[in-house]
Write a protein that binds this ligand. Structure first.
Ligand code: T3D
Length: 258
């Protein structure tokens, strides 16, 4: 069985992490399969949003620790450099929204993979663990970049050093996730949210993502200029015309992602 199951549903790319007996922890094969699924989404002009989910009771338990310490494994440096860093960069740079639907525990690189996504929704039974400190490692997969920005320096520092579990509702209060869905509604609600994004004005969303990425390092003046440039581009899209026309004609817009 494939460690990543990729499915295209209309304009949505659905990437399922699929090693449930290992709590969907990443080995090398799975990391490359994940990268290739992200490539597929980027290369298919019909795909306008991505949903990442986990099979079974976990979202992802981070690195497969058996592989990490195996003499035959790729080694820690290669794992970070070739597995996680490219995945996180791709997610942040993809010109479409990426949603993490966190169904269960998200630990280590699994937690930080979710936090790198544009929108994170969870089931009420989900949790996040910065599991690195418990095994003497440093948080990776962009966690030291994203978590302090989401929850503030102090909380991030404590969560990363202590490795405490953060349950779904607490994660929502802290600003780590957008919404928590009930266990029974989670699948339907997360799919509905991602599907909705896949029918919106894709280029406008991609440019919004670009602006948010840029805001992490820009001054206000630089950011105002960035918005000026990006808004000019958004204003040239077919979907902008359609958005305004549909508003004036009092009908639902039919965005094509163009
Ligand atoms: O080289 C490098 O390591 C660099 C890269 C680092 C990136 C990282 O992600 S480092 C952090 C790695 N992840 C962890 O340290 C988390 C390890 N897992 C856990 O702490 C716990 O499993 C959980 C808190 C996530 C869940 O606990 P629980 O009690 O619900 O489940 P469990 O019984 O611990 O796990 C169930 C099975 O999954 C079990 O296998 P078994 O006994 O049924 O055959 C367990 O060994 C396996 N499993 C869980 N996590 C991993 C794993 N197997 C391999 N690697 C894992 N990360």
């Amino acid at each position: 069985m494939s460690s990543i199951v990729f499915e295209k549903i209309d304009n949505l790319g659905v990437i399922k992490l699929n090693r449930p007996d290992k709590l969907n922890s990443f080995n090398r094969e799975m990391a490359f399969a994940m990268q290739s699924s992200l490539d597929k989404c980027e290369q298919d002009p019909e795909i306008r949003a991505v949903l990442i989910v986990g099979e079974g009771r976990a979202f992802c338990a981070g690195q497969d620790l058996e592989e990490a310490i195996s003499d035959k494994g790729p080694g820690l440096r290669t794992i970070v450099e070739e597995h996680y860093n490219p995945i996180i960069v791709r997610i942040r740079e993809m010109e479409m929204p990426v949603v993490a639907a966190v169904n269960g525990v998200a630990a280590g690189a699994g937690a930080n993979l979710a936090l790198a996504c544009d929108i994170v929704v969870t089931s009420e039974v989900a949790s996040f663990i910065q599991a690195f400190s418990a095994i003497g490692l440093v948080p990776d997969s962009g966690g030291t970049y994203t978590l302090p920005r989401l929850v503030g320096w102090q909380k991030a520092s404590a969560l990363m050093m202590l490795g405490d579990k953060v349950k779904a509702h607490e994660a929502e209060k802290l600003g780590m996730v957008y919404k928590v869905f009930g266990k029974d509604d989670f699948e339907e609600e997360s799919m509905a949210l991602a599907t909705r994004l896949s029918t919106m004005a894709t280029q406008g969303l991609a440019l919004t993502k670009k602006a948010l990425n840029a805001s992490l390092t820009n001054t206000l003046e630089e950011q105002l200029n960035e918005e000026l440039e990006l808004q000019t581009l958004a204003g040239q899209t077919h979907d902008y015309q359609e958005g305004v026309n549909s508003f004036l004609e009092k009908r639902r817009p039919n965005f094509k992602g163009e």
